[in-house]
Design a protein. Sequence first.
Length: 277
Amino acid sequence: MNILVFGKKGFLASKLKKKFKEKKITAKFVGSKDINLTNKNSAIKLKRYKKKYNIIFLSALTPDKGKDEKTFIKNISMITNLFQYMPIKNIEHFLYISSDAVFNLNKKKINNKTSPSPADLYGLMHLSRENLCRFKIKNINLTILRPTIVYGEGDTHNSYGPNRFINQLNNNQNIKIFGKGLDVRDHLYVDDLIQVILNSILNKITGTYNIASGNSYKFIDVVKKITKISKKKINLEYVEVKNKPTKRYFDIKDTTKKFKLKFTNLNLGLMKSLKKL
């Protein structure tokens, strides 16, 4: 099996490399220094890949890099250039890592049949990429995974949530909470997502799936859990916001059944994330 991973230096890539090494699976990781997918003159190098590949597409400019139109265009160009310069006939299985941002903030439980309705350009970007995949890849194995907020040890991203809170704690900084921390989200432990990716590739699982723990928490409650587990004094800094608290819940019955995986609860995931403190 030939596995080609686009995205080389990110959080997920590092975890995926580790998992592949454990399982003795050979994969080639391609980063922006190898091929800059936003640049057509660089993307043309894709023509050198002439074997049949199982592609895992992680590459994306994350929300902490920006949610403006410029970032949106760069993210779209990555996927369009890939499909322009890499022959579709050389793709055996394409796995795209999307995001739960394709859904608007909704009090009702979201399941795999819920229609997407992005609330910002980041969510629209991922939905646009999903549709480009569906349009370009026909009669080929296609898997689209929509993870919620991913957290875990070793993450250097600074997106709002468990990882940022833990990084602020590590650096003896105040933990900044938006409003009173009443926004509700589902938090996914990184090893669970890695296992889902592995299962998808090895077992040729296709389709579109929301990848979530199935349990949503207020951000203030996440901070309280971190405080209890770390046994460290935490100073909170409340950042005033104008918007009312938003909520997002997931029904993962179908996902759990499909991947035969029990997702890590938040307490255990935070304990693992904080183990190096």
